[in-house]
Ligand binder design. Structure first.
Ligand SMILES: Nc1nc2c(ncn2[C@@H]2O[C@H](COP(=O)(O)OP(=O)(O)OP(=O)(O)O)[C@@H](O)[C@H]2O)c(=O)[nH]1
Ligand SMILES: [Zn+2]
Length: 188
């Protein structure tokens, strides 16, 4: 990431909005933002598949669901956050499972870039299908977009829900109902 270019751009934005980038409270802001971008956009150059290369074998073909994985991402239209939770389930094939934390790491890596919620959702599903080759993957993402809350239409408290179903979760209505009931805590 080009830290110097980010610093210069933030300095120019501060001038453009009518601020004084040299005043006490703002003088370190361009550098702080450059450091922050390094962190919150770290997923741009990271390969989420790299965390799925440690598999275990367990005699199971039952669903694994990790619910309520918190994430912070950035809306690519306005460069402000959308914040929420991801629920990720998979059906192991031939007993292939991964450490639970690896699923949360995939969500973390994929969330740290500018994007749309739909793309984040399908990228999580695509990565797990590719890295683990399970019988199916179900991803549900629930988020609040600050671009819809603090500006524009101004609807704080809304939730956008997106899903990506692959393999058995798409093909079988009973498997799909099972995962959605577990995610939403009621029979579906
Ligand atoms: N589908 C989708 N839309 C999003 C997402 N994040 C933000 N948006 C929408 O992107 C759209 C951008 O619309 P534009 O008309 O180009 O921009 P704008 O004038 O700032 O739009 P308003 O937010 O309606 O004021 C808005 O409707 C946002 O709500 C997302 O993750 N997925
Ligand atoms: Zn937005």
């Amino acid at each position: 990431m080009d830290q110097e270019k980010i610093k210069k751009a933030v300095y120019d934005i501060l001038i453009a909005i009518g601020e004084d980038p040299n005043r006490e409270g703002l003088k370190d802001t361009p550098e702080r933002i450059a450091r922050m971008y390094e962190e919150i956009f770290s997923g741009i150059n990271e390969d989420p598949l790299s965390v799925l290369n440690v598999e275990y074998h367990e005699n199971t073909d039952e669903m694994v669901l990790i619910k309520d994985i918190p994430f912070y991402s950035i809306c690519e239209h306005h460069l402000i956050p959308f914040i929420g939770r991801a629920h990720v389930a998979y059906l192991p094939k031939d007993g292939r499972v991964v450490g639970l934390s690896k699923i949360a790491r995939v969500v973390d890596i994929l969330s740290k870039k500018p994007q749309l919620q739909e793309r984040l959702t399908s990228d999580i599903a695509k990565t797990i299908m590719k890295g683990l080759n399970p019988l199916g993957v179900a991803v549900v993402v629930e988020a609040e977009h600050l671009c819809m809350s603090m500006r524009g239409i101004k609807k704080p408290g809304h939730t956008t829900v997106t899903s990506a179903l692959r393999g058995a979760f798409k093909a079988s209505s009973s498997t799909r109902s099972e995962v959605l009931s577990l995610i939403f805590g009621r029979l579906i």
